[in-house]
Design a protein around this ligand. Sequence first.
Ligand code: NAD
Length: 290
Amino acid sequence: MKIGFIGLGNMGAPMAANLVKAGHQVAGFDTAAPMPEGVVKADSAAAAAAGAEVVITMLPNGAILRAVAAEVIPAMAAGAVLCDCSTVDVESARAVAADARTAGLGALDAPVSGGVGGAAAGTLTFMVGGDAASFDKVKPLFDIMGQKAVHCGDAGAGQAAKICNNMILGVTMIATCEAFALADKLGLDRQKMFDVVSTSSGYSWTMNAYCPAPGVGPKSPADNDYKPGFAAELMLKDLRLSQQAASSADADTPMGELATRLYETFVEAEDGRGMDFSAMLPRFEKRHRG
Ligand code: NAD
């Protein structure tokens, strides 16, 4: 298949490389990043998109996605599919899909879970919004870049799933970290705490698979001085998207709101920038109630 790939940063580069390895022809464009091996560099986003059956974007945010989409949509061949894999706000995803459909194109929002490791290994999970015909067309590419693709519904449903998932992730990471800090003060051994909670009703992905306490549970960024992993500022980005969505949909999300405020303080006023999001644990260790 002829594929245009726009945005070849930490995630996009290994995703595009996997498509090349599987035998697809990939033309790429990025304003800064170099092309991975086998991706043919185009001079512009429009040039990467011209003649492609599927155009994939993997960009930092909704404003950049909207600008890139305005450039590539007129350049795309009739019937081609614009597939955005970035994490962006639901409104931008829906606006871009509407513009693509008006131009006679298919459109999908297909954000991912699995991080840079999953992108390199081809084990991402795609959560996909858009029409069924476009999903079927791009599914073989999802199967190369990932291990699972869930068609969640119409345009914006993929971003909705991503934002809800990551709101749970932010809230449960904070809950797990504050519980470890409380356990410390109560004199409870961390390993014992893990042994109990990981097999009791407090278990969660943040406890069982990504334990924020160094030396406890499976290997995680906590065992590597809290180097990301999943950076606290990316967690903050996704929590802010959840709150933007909650406000536009009039949904009450008090825990999501509090998690957003905590990560905001951690990243912007404390030492969270550049740390993994599980570094909330050393943050709580240093703090007292009063
Ligand atoms: P990144 O900053 O490494 O990559 C983004 C790339 O887009 C950069 O190379 C940048 O030069 C390029 N770019 C910016 N503006 C452009 C434009 N106008 N035209 C062409 N290229 C442009 O970010 P990333 O970590 O690859 O993340 C990409 C997206 O995936 C984000 O939306 C992020 O939230 C999401 N995501 C990231 C992770 C992760 O662990 N890194 C996990 C899941 C989802």
